[in-house]
Design a protein around this ligand. Sequence first.
Ligand SMILES: Cc1cc2nc3c(=O)[nH]c(=O)nc-3n(C[C@H](O)[C@H](O)[C@H](O)COP(=O)(O)OP(=O)(O)OC[C@H]3O[C@@H](n4cnc5c(N)ncnc54)[C@H](O)[C@@H]3O)c2cc1C
Length: 454
Amino acid sequence: MKKYDVIIIGAGPAGIVTGVTVKKYYPEKSVLILTEEKKGLVPCGIPYIFNILNSVEADVMGPKPLLDIGGEVIVDQVTDVNLEQKIVYGKSDQNYGYDKLVFATGSLPVKATFIKGHNLENVFYIKKSYQYIQELYEKLKYKREIVIVGGGFIGAEVAEQLAAHPDKEITIIESESQCFSKAFSKKLSKIATEQLRKTMVKVRTSSLVEEIAGSQGAVEKVILKGGEEIQADAVILSIGYKPNTDLAVKAGLPLNIMGAIKVDSYERTSVKDVCAVGDCSQTIGFLTGRSDHIMLASTATAEARVLGYNLFGIRIKKNFKGTIAVFSTQINGLTMASAGINENTGKDANVNFLTAEFTDVDRHPGTLPDASPLTVRLNFSPCDGAILGAEVWGGPSAAEIINTLSLAIQKYITVYELISFQVGTHPLLTGAPTKPVIIKAAEIAIGMLRHAEK
Ligand SMILES: Cc1cc2nc3c(=O)[nH]c(=O)nc-3n(C[C@H](O)[C@H](O)[C@H](O)COP(=O)(O)OP(=O)(O)OC[C@H]3O[C@@H](n4cnc5c(N)ncnc54)[C@H](O)[C@@H]3O)c2cc1C
């Protein structure tokens, strides 16, 4: 049995970033990733396989960065782990010894076992699996009426991409009054849903699926509560993801109430030399300080970097307290982005905040041909002006502006400090230096705080 200094189970974003970080920082250590699939996908790119990329191959993500610096990758599904003897068992009958073990087994789609007909033929999920998505891509080519259940950002992105094919009729069914309601505030969820409605997607909100019905074992229609029927050649269930922890449980690792592997702030489990990172591991909310159900590549890879540098003793102190859930998407050309708390997550955790909003254009002068509106919404503390959350929407720069605001949240920047924030500008690339959107929103916030003082 060959022994490695580090074995990582899973070659998703968390597994690869952990492996590359360890190997770069500790080049003398042997690092092995065990992965169940020969080819991996860029998970966030999966929706675009169905139209913009128009190919599964174009979305392939591999462990080349690790191989290039001397790491090893073996395709072998891990079936069991003996934490006492430090042995990992592969499906191939190979065993592997380790000094440090990292679970990076990710997440799996939530199965809709509570919906009658969920197991009919041509009912699918968005699995982060090359083989599964390859088969789905081929099958959907020949399906005309496709119903997507779940209007979160993944269901909506897939719906938008499929609806770009003129021969297809795509319906999305969402139980909440707006799509995107888990990702965005009420206001931005409404804007996002309206944007989705402007595409060829038929959007059904406040609608519950009661049954998926078919004949001869294959799906034919979706029946909504109230009896309405929607014809369907295929159904895609996109109702959420859950941590993939069966292996960890089998090995004896404890889970938290969200069903994720319990870890400390350096991603260490309660078992010495065993860590967990990414979607399969516990996530703490940055502001709430309690377990959150957030599965994003931004969180997974940040955790992976912290773990990678600190796997052989704490060397680079972790300077974030938890997930800021920073995220962006684009629907029908509108970029929408969010970080930190909004009224849904804030209310849930009893966090009070005020909101300031500013809209301008993302070029100067705004008469330039590709100028788009750009809105920044800051959620800030009424006590000290600290930025607790933000949303940005409009032109493509919204996706990078939210990353600046994510750092502001992480570093406890206040709206007062933003007054001295220096912003680089150029007519063809940004809004005007006289009114940078973040600073203008901060000025509105300061005005609100001053008003509250009086
Ligand atoms: C369609 C889609 C779009 C998304 N878009 C975004 C986005 O725009 N922005 C964003 O921040 N996040 C996005 N996400 C979320 C993001 O993809 C996840 O947070 C990220 O994939 C988590 O990475 P991970 O490495 O923890 O897990 P995963 O990506 O799930 O990887 C886990 C890996 O472990 C392997 N594995 C599991 N068990 C075993 C075993 N026993 N043996 C060997 N290998 C095993 C799996 O095959 C898999 O390759 C999206 C997700 C989906 C599905």
